[in-house]
Write a protein that binds this ligand. Structure first.
Ligand SMILES: Cc1ncc(COP(=O)(O)O)c(C=O)c1O
Length: 410
């Protein structure tokens, strides 16, 4: 019989767009004893988590709770619950995760209309507003921060245009929540999906979502019509029923409401982790946390440019928590990443689709976003690039980053 060794994962410096390093306080929370899911002590923790999520999403929405599963489970829960087959869904795409919204919407039976922007750029909000007025969709689904390209989409006026057209605005804020402002109510976002494993620094496995009464009304309408029709007209019921039990927001909110109607078995340890992760975000303060992410991004950018590297993407729409760097000509990007990992214990990310082999993506997210990590990655990257024959002005990157840190203290 094979004898398997004790589990002993290496201590890494994780500078990717997720998953990132987890705060030890979150890891400790995950090791606490299990409580039953209807134990009043546990339901009190569920209520506190909802309360804290409202502050995180900057909303007064009643519904703010996690879906059990990775971030795409949150996206899928919102889309499958809201899209009735035949609904028109407008998806502005400016990177890989826009395509995910299309993929899921199509599986939900939507008529999908897309707008596409060259990768590395974002839409002027006016272009999306024009498309909303032209297409009159039932739903607009879009990404706030594209980890595939390191770009941040501004929302100016898009929420108001959706209200005007009576469309629901659903936003993937998986990469931005907890690292970059996400103002659910002020921007008139109807549903927002966050991610745990990025700026919240909680392991992957839950997806906090929030949605307002406009979304709830549609979800409940489907439920009521479905019940009324069940016996009379099987065909119509088929079109209206949310085609998922696990991801039906109508059922999930009954479970998260004081009714506590049984649905799934809650992922107890993940709930502890999420509660602790969000508690730490609020303890730090949202504004202070956003400023911390900007400070370390600035030092990283100063170091990379001093090294002579070229950044990818339009700097006017750069996502503060993901920095994309062009791989210098003639350099094997994967060999560099492997050496960073094997010799320095540092992980940076490669890229997808048209950018494969073209750029590296460096995350500065959550617990990983700190001075030690930024200096560590700059020093190591410089050394590895020199090993790979790149002419790098030795020592300049760290000096530039250190100077940037000194200036940020003034
Ligand atoms: C912007 C964005 N949306 C959605 C996802 C999907 O998240 P998950 O892999 O947790 O399901 C990711 C993951 O990297 C992402 O970056």
């Amino acid at each position: 019989m094979t004898i398997y060794k004790d589990l002993a994962p290496s201590q890494r410096t994780i500078m990717t767009p997720g998953p990132v390093e987890v705060d030890p306080r979150v890891l400790r929370a995950m090791s606490y004893p299990i409580l039953g899911q209807f134990d009043p002590e546990f339901t009190a923790l569920m209520n506190e988590t909802m309360e804290m999520l409202r502050a995180l999403f900057q909303t007064n929405n009643q519904w703010c709770y996690p879906i059990d599963g990775t971030s795409r489970s949150g996206i899928e829960a919102v889309l499958v619950s809201v899209i009735q087959p035949g609904d028109k869904v407008l998806v502005p795409i400016y990177g890989r995760f826009g395509h995910l919204l299309v993929e899921i919407s199509e599986r939900c039976g939507a008529e999908v209309v897309t707008l596409e922007k060259e990768w590395g750029t974002v839409f002027d909000p006016g272009e999306i507003i024009g498309a909303i007025r032209r297409e009159q969709p039932h739903i607009v689904a879009m990404v706030h921060g594209e980890t595939s390209t390191g770009c941040l989409q501004p929302f100016g006026g898009i929420g108001a245009a959706c209200r005007e057209a009576d469309a629901l605005l659903i936003v993937d804020a998986v990469a931005t929540i907890g690292g970059v402002p996400v103002q659910t109510d002020a921007w008139q976002l109807d549903a927002v999906i966050g991610g745990t494993q990025k700026c919240l620094s909680v392991p992957a496995g839950m997806a906090p979502v929030t949605y307002n009464e406009r979304v709830e009304a549609k979800v409940l309408r489907r439920k009521t019509i479905e019940r009324g029709l069940r016996d009379k007209d099987a065909e119509s019921v088929h079109g209206l029923t949310v085609r998922s039990n696990y991801f039906d927001l109508g059922m999930l909110q009954d479970y998260w409401s004081p009714k506590r109607l049984n649905h799934h078995t809650e992922a107890t340890s993940m709930l502890y982790a999420l509660r602790e992760g969000v508690r730490l975000v609020l303890q730090e303060g949202l504004e202070a946390r956003f400023a911390r992410h900007r400070r370390h991004e600035a030092a990283l950018l100063a170091g990379l440019t001093a090294m002579g590297l070229t950044l990818y993407g339009d700097p006017g729409c750069k996502l503060p928590v993901v920095t994309c760097v062009r791989i210098p000509d003639g350099v094997d990007g994967e060999a560099v990443r492997a050496m960073l990992l094997n010799s320095f214990g540092i992980e940076i990310a490669s890229s997808f689709g048209p950018l494969k082999g073209q750029i590296w993506r460096i995350g500065t997210m959550g617990y990983s976003c700190n001075q030690k990590n930024v200096l560590h990655v700059l020093g190591a990257l410089e050394a590895v690039l020199i090993r790979h024959g790149v002419k790098v002005p030795a020592g300049e990157a760290l000096q530039a980053a250190l100077a940037c840190y000194e200036r940020s203290l003034d």
